[in-house]
Design a protein around this ligand. Sequence first.
Ligand SMILES: [Zn+2]
Length: 340
Amino acid sequence: MMLQTFADSDWFDRVPKVELHLHLEGAIPLNTLWELLQKYGGDPEVPDMDALRRLFKYVDFPQFIKTWVWKNQYVREYEDFTFIGEAVARELVRMNVRYAEVFYSAPDFFRHGLTTQGITKAIRKGLNFVPDVEIALIADLVRDFGPEKAEITLREVAEVSELGVIGIGLGGSEQDFPPELFERVFEEARRLGFRTCAHAGEAAGPSSIWGVINVLKVDRIGHGTRALEDPKLIEFLTQSGIPLEVCPTSNICTGVVARMADHPVRKYQNQGISITINTDDPVMFDTTLAEEYRALVDELDFSRSEIRKLILNGISCSWLPTDRKEKLQKLFSSDPNWQS
Ligand SMILES: [Zn+2]
């Protein structure tokens, strides 16, 4: 491993970026979440920001989901979604993210009496306060609510797709809700003109990844970390070019991978699998996109030129129209921070 100068390390912050796997509710800046916590009377077990930070350490995936659910009880009204939408967009601008496709999990908030349509409108209102970053939305149908509810949510999303909802995703408890349950809803989503992706190979193994490929026919795979367990699957991913939304730090935090040096992303890159690098839930995993690039260089021997290619691949694998992709790729390559 080569020693880096300060300027080298700083480059990761300065370089323009895209994010394709980012959950709005996992990206709420800590101070924004703290304000929401106070708005609703707080939690005696979380008396200060340090306690909040400590809460975001997990031993495994189920504990992460538990913390996710705890946090969501403090996002209760439409104005909260506008508040977090604006805060997350400002953070993306600060990180030099120019384009992002962001998940939001409306079904998690139905218990507060909110609707998919209302949540979508409120988020878009907040995003519109920050014109320096373009954000497309992906509606997470959330596996844990089952396929019937997912079909209803999909119909509701279709009513507000003009607010920049370009795709649907499937997050939640992968180990308990296999992809096959959602075959019909994904078919319907495609018929309605949505792009599709699903989390797979994170909390469950290769069969879950095969399921999202063969049954859900996704355009992109969220994570795909455990594809490594199945050589036939690795071969298929290489040949087919289906992109993986790789989120290295997230996989360490939820215990899917023991340590960064063991992360399969290096093998995937060598193999020629189409990969994009993302943060997943940056605040909940105490990371940023710059940190992800740094980790790849420091611990997995990625070169800066490989990082540039990964960033450009993020644009290629986005769901922007072709002419917009080309414009963005030109904009990035001509950015003063691109080659420096
Ligand atoms: Zn995710």
